[in-house]
Unconditional design. Structure first.
Length: 227
């Protein structure tokens, strides 16, 4: 595990990577792009990932105030009502909200105490999960995964693979801890598998599991790659 300054630097670098990719997608995509719950358009996708980042901001702020954050339930990504709600948000507001919430998340990481980030026993609501990795889940892994799904769903498999490979390279360049690099490798395995490059996907999955055994909870990808 890197020292706390290096850890915070790696976290912030991964947050910035995902946020830049979101802003680039919004800038390159018409606000009126058609979409549906089975194939999200860019605007509702970024609105959704921003909401997930906001939840992590609320957790960091609650810790700073000595409070317990609210519970956040699972959502159904195939829900028509959920999708329409995100799609109805104004494009300018979605882009601005994405930038603002990412800034708040980065500020929260800067302000966070080292023990809070590393020691889950300090906060029972973390249920044994390390806070620093939860920040990466919601600020990097989740949005990068959705961005890859977007490109795959819009016939741009090569872009999805390139994005995921860039995420792996960025996590390595930043010296991110193994569990974070494993998440990046898992995104790459998913993109490669969906693009039909199964041998490469299997190798990326092995790397992901070696670095972060917890990614095994998603057995669907392993089933796809099984001989």
């Amino acid at each position: 595990m890197p020292d706390i300054r290096e850890l915070k630097g790696a976290i912030i670098g991964l947050l910035a990577f995902a946020a830049a990719e979101e802003q680039m997608l919004l800038a390159a995509t018409p606000a009126a792009e058609p979409g549906r719950p089975q194939c999200w358009a860019a605007l509702p996708l970024v609105a959704h990932t921003t909401d997930f980042k906001r939840q992590q901001v609320q957790r960091l702020q609650a810790i700073e105030r000595g409070q317990v954050p609210p519970e956040f339930g699972e959502i159904d990504h195939t829900s028509d009502g959920l999708y329409r709600g995100y799609a109805a948000r104004p494009a300018d507001a979605v882009a601005a909200d994405s930038r603002a919430v990412t800034g708040e998340l980065i500020a929260g990481v800067h302000a966070a105490d080292a023990d809070d980030l590393r020691d889950p026993s300090r906060h029972p609501w973390l249920r044994g999960r390390q806070l620093w990795l939860q920040v990466i889940v919601r600020g990097f892994w989740h949005p990068a995964g959705h961005l890859g799904e977007y490109y795959l769903g819009h016939g741009r498999g090569d872009r999805a693979v390139a994005l995921a490979a860039h995420g792996v390279a960025t996590a390595g360049y930043l010296g991110a801890p193994g569990p974070a690099r494993g998440m990046a490798s898992y995104n790459l395995a998913c993109a490669l598998a969906r693009a039909g490059r199964l041998d490469q996907a299997a190798a990326a999955l092995r790397e992901a599991v070696t670095l972060n055994p917890d990614v095994r909870v998603n057995g669907q990808l392993e089933a796809l790659l099984a001989p």
